[in-house]
Design a protein around this ligand. Structure first.
Ligand code: Q46
Ligand code: ZN
Ligand code: ZN
Length: 304
């Protein structure tokens, strides 16, 4: 099969819209789609300073690559979680990815910062639960301390569709009220704006973009990942997508149109300043400072 726009052989067959594209025209198509997503949801202004959280995996690598190509002012942050060889590999890939696009990379190593890696803390809390809270706190505080306007993450359409699907099946209306492509800045800027530029591209397209553009990434899964249910939701959605192309994007767009129904149920928790770090918290001490038993705040400011 030939590319829809030129004489070259097709590199990929897209199902929705249905067309065959060569590497070059697919790259163009993908970047245009991301650009339109950013504009449609008013994610970023051209002059904003954006922090891209790079894990070493494909989604964040592609996010950084495309944002840089579209001319955004980006810097990257890698959090080394201290999970043995998995984290070391992740850091190596993150370095290579940022070098390739010429974006400054900041690295925060959990073991150096807090004395323990993920999985080494004696706690009843599930590993992924305190890992998630730690990552979210660090990338937000890092962005705040260094004056970034936004934090970009690599969530793609498959991640969003499976998250919504899972939470509808379990009727987690509180989660459903808060999900979306943009979370605006809150609490006098202490909660930095979060954006997901890959919101409308599928995982398959992200993999193809990485391949077409020579982006190498970590394939290994985190040893603590228990993504079985997420993978099951993704498999169901993929099956539907195959039968009815457009299922995922229509599902996610439909959700965004109906999100207000869930917002009506939102229990607003009043935020106040954490006694230790001054960041927004629902209790006296925020969950990060409480979990890591901090007595003073961590300053992430980078000397320029
Ligand atoms: S939360 Fe859990 Fe991930 Fe942290 S412990 Fe690994 S799987 S890295 S996205
Ligand atoms: Zn072509
Ligand atoms: Zn705190």
């Amino acid at each position: 099969m030939k590319c829809k726009f030129c004489e070259r052989p097709a590199f990929i067959k897209l199902h929705y819209p249905k067309m065959y594209l060569c590497e070059e025209h697919f790259t163009e198509y993908f970047e245009r789609k991301v650009k339109r997503t950013i504009e449609r949801y008013k994610m970023l202004k051209p002059d904003e300073k954006v922090l891209v959280v790079v894990s070493g995996g494909k989604d964040s690598a592609v996010t950084a690559h495309v944002l840089k190509k579209l001319g955004y002012n980006i810097e990257c942050l890698h959090i080394n979680l201290g999970i043995g060889e998995y984290s070391e590999k992740g850091e190596r890939y993150a370095r290579e990815q940022c070098e390739k696009i010429g974006a400054p990379l900041h690295i925060v190593r959990l073991k150096e910062l807090l004395g323990y890696g993920i999985g080494e803390v004696r706690t009843r809390r599930p590993t992924c639960s305190y890992c998630g809270l730690t990552k979210r706190y660090i990338f937000n505080k890092f962005a705040y301390d260094n004056g970034f306007d936004a934090v970009a993450t690599g969530h793609n359409l498959d991640d969003e569709a499976s998250f919504i699907f899972n939470n509808i099946m379990n009727w987690n209306t509180q989660y459903l009220a808060k999900q979306g492509p943009v979370t605006p800045s809150q609490f006098n800027g202490k909660l930095v704006k979060k954006v997901k530029p890959l919101y409308e591209v599928t995982e398959r397209e992200v993999v193809a973009y990485a391949l077409a553009n020579g982006i190498e990434y970590e394939i290994d899964e985190c040893p603590y990942a228990r993504g079985a249910t997420t993978l099951e939701w993704k498999a169901i959605l993929n099956e539907m997508e195959e039968k009815r192309p457009g299922t995922k994007i229509n599902f996610v767009k439909g959700y965004l149109r109906k999100k207000h129904l869930f917002e009506a149920e939102l229990k607003e928790t009043e935020l106040r300043e954490c006694k230790v770090c001054g960041m927004p918290s629902s209790g006296e001490v925020c969950s990060f400072c409480r979990f890591w038993r901090l007595e003073k705040p961590i300053d992430f400011r980078v000397e320029k």
